[in-house]
Ligand binder design. Structure first.
Ligand code: SAM
Length: 236
């Protein structure tokens, strides 16, 4: 079973949104498992301290290597990747999510304060993963986002197997626009081709729209798409 083990100083936050909808139903059905460990349980002083002042001075506090090291060591030794949610990491991509979802699960360490003592990152071989180029107050929301993205790809979690196949990023492009009834809303009609019943025309329209949106909104993805799927031949 795919297993997420989360280390946090705010264990009560979990499962949070992971307990609702697709991921919540899959959790209840035993498709995946979630363990949440309170890092504070591994502190040894009477204040249960998990942080201390930064060596060299400066603002904020740093999560202690000894406490975090013990917390990580208490997680069952298996071959799951150990991830540290961190703005310094490589940004999470759908390709990485797919790889994680295909594996046994993940151990996720949620940082707080100014971050984590560098020695524990190296000694416990934590792979830093970022949710994006902005700073959150803690790793918990990032861990939830990563888990959610993985869980929805697990077999049986999403309704139709095709649901993820055409999604944004999977084929290197953003997804085409969606419409549903009513046919006319505030004077705006659903594009005629989508109600034509011509599946070839619909597929061609969706493909063209996905390309147009990607080109307009994400020139970085479009350039990568051209390199990967078109041998770099199209530049328009
Ligand atoms: C306030 S942040 C620390 C930011 C750090 N001082 C820096 O400038 O890189 C506290 C924690 O939130 C989490 N975090 C913040 N931004 C994140 C992001 N973009 N992706 C993943 N985790 C993030 C990390 O676990 C981090 O240790």
């Amino acid at each position: 079973m795919w297993r997420a083990s989360v280390l946090t100083i705010f264990p009560d936050i979990f499962p949070g949104p992971l307990g609702a909808s697709l991921s919540g139903r899959a959790l209840a059905a035993g498709v995946w498992a979630l363990d949440v460990a309170d890092i504070r349980e591994f502190a040894t002083d009477k204040h249960r301290s998990v942080d201390d002042t930064p060596a060299g001075g400066g603002p904020g506090m740093v999560m202690k290597a000894d406490v975090l090291g013990r917390a990580i060591d208490a997680i069952a030794a298996d071959n799951r990747p150990r991830l540290l949610l961190s703005p310094r990491g490589l940004p999470l991509t759908q390709a990485r999510v797919e790889a994680l979802a295909a594996g046994p699960g993940a151990v996720l360490v949620c940082g707080r304060f100014e971050g984590v003592d560098e020695r524990v990152i190296a000694a416990r071989r934590l792979e830093e993963i970022s949710l994006g180029d902005y700073v959150l107050s803690g790793g918990e929301l990032a861990a939830m986002a990563l888990i959610d993205a993985c869980v929805r790809l697990l077999p049986g979690v999403m309704g139709a197997p095709a649901s993820s196949a055409e999604e944004s990023f999977t084929g290197g492009l953003l997804e085409y626009p969606h419409y549903t009834r009513p046919q006319l809303w505030e004077g705006l009609a659903i594009p005629e081709v989508l109600t034509s019943g011509d599946h070839g025309e619909i597929a061609a329209w969706r493909c063209a729209e996905a390309e147009r949106l990607t080109k307009e909104r994400r020139p970085d993805l479009w350039a990568a798409f051209l390199r990967r799927f078109r041998g770099g031949s199209r530049t328009g």
